[in-house]
Design a protein around this ligand. Structure first.
Ligand code: ZN
Length: 331
């Protein structure tokens, strides 16, 4: 995988806990599947889909923000004054993620082949464990961790004989020198996470943990309900949130033994939790299923008329994903 992904997460964590990441990062295909893996591992948690966006750049409406409206599965920032100032948005940019610093440190510790569980010893500072050879490995998720220098004295007092290596993005050479005086080497994350660098005192092999597992089997529909992402035949589906929720229900039922998703469950999914009383009718559900069928066909390069072979309507009852034409994989 691309080692810049955990480096990116650590950089996002600089401001402290909780740390957030706005937008699906722009990644190579391999790193994009590693990102899916981080979601599956709970290192990155999908929090919500933004429903407001930046104000217009040039127009005179004076709005401090624009509402996001989804039109035909694509999000737009809507200017209150003129349609001309509406802006097409990338759905990925609207996703807000939280970074679990405890899970991230656990992942880094395991990737460094440590058996210990990381222990938080101060705000933004973790003792990951002891490397073969006795060196103690520390991780700072923010450079502010080193400002309370007393912390390191306490750590040294616990473990007087041990050499220590701190993985951290240090901002100040003075701080780095002060740590060196206490016998603590500093290694920046991008060096610690290098795939092969045997001369470094620490090697954190993230490749070992983040095997790329996204399947390119053309019949497999992968659904990641937490991440609001899905892929069919290895191609990501572009769905607006309400349609993604409907697909999640269809996938869950299919995974449960190829059974039917009832209209009631699908209505609830379509409306979402935020607005449970909003009226929803057959027509809206039909349109949603039709958009999902279209997205599935597009992913496979099939004519859209084929969509009814993928999601079957059961008159008066609901819909079901047609298995085994589609094989469902829920992450
Ligand atoms: Zn405007």
């Amino acid at each position: 995988m691309n080692e810049s992904l955990p480096v990116l997460l650590l950089r996002q964590s600089e401001g402290g806990d909780p740390a957030y990441l706005l937008g699906v990062p722009d990644l190579s295909p391999a790193a994009a599947s590693a990102f899916q893996q981080l979601l599956a591992l709970g290192v990155v948690l999908h929090r919500r889909v933004l429903d407001t966006w930046d104000p217009c750049a040039t127009c005179s409406c004076g709005a401090e923000e624009r509402r996001v409206r989804w039109i035909d599965s694509a999000p737009f920032a809507i200017c209150p004054l003129s349609r001309e100032d509406d802006e097409a948005l990338d759905p990925g940019d609207l996703q807000l993620f939280q970074i679990s610093l405890s899970r991230l440190t656990e992942l880094v510790g395991r990737a460094a082949a440590l058996d210990d569980r990381p222990e938080q010893v101060a705000p933004c500072l973790w003792r990951l464990g002891r490397l073969a050879g006795g060196r103690v490995l520390l991780l700072a998720t923010s450079s502010s961790a080193v400002r309370g220098a007393g912390v390191f004295d306490r750590l040294k007092a616990l473990d007087r004989s041990a050499h220590m290596t701190l993985i951290a993005n240090m901002k100040s050479a003075v701080d780095t020198a002060a740590l060196a005086e206490r016998g603590i080497d500093v290694v920046p994350p991008d060096e610690a996470f290098m795939p092969s660098e045997p001369t470094r005192p620490v090697r954190v092999d993230l490749n070992r943990l983040l095997m790329v597992t996204v399947t390119s089997d053309p019949d497999v529909l992968e659904v990641s309900p937490l991440a609001f992402t899905s892929a069919y035949g290895g191609r990501a589906l572009q769905l607006e949130p309400r349609d993604a929720r409907v697909l999640n229900i269809l996938a869950r039922e299919a995974d449960d033994g190829g059974s039917l998703a009832t209209r009631d469950d699908l209505y609830r999914a379509l409306v979402g939790r935020d607005d449970a009383d909003a009226p929803v009718g057959d027509e809206q559900l039909e349109k949603s299923v039709s958009r999902i069928r279209g997205a599935l066909c597009d992913a496979r390069g099939m004519p859209r008329a084929e969509g009814k072979r993928l999601i079957a309507a059961v008159r008066g009852h609901g819909y079901r994903l047609v298995t085994p034409t589609i094989r469902v994989l829920i992450r």
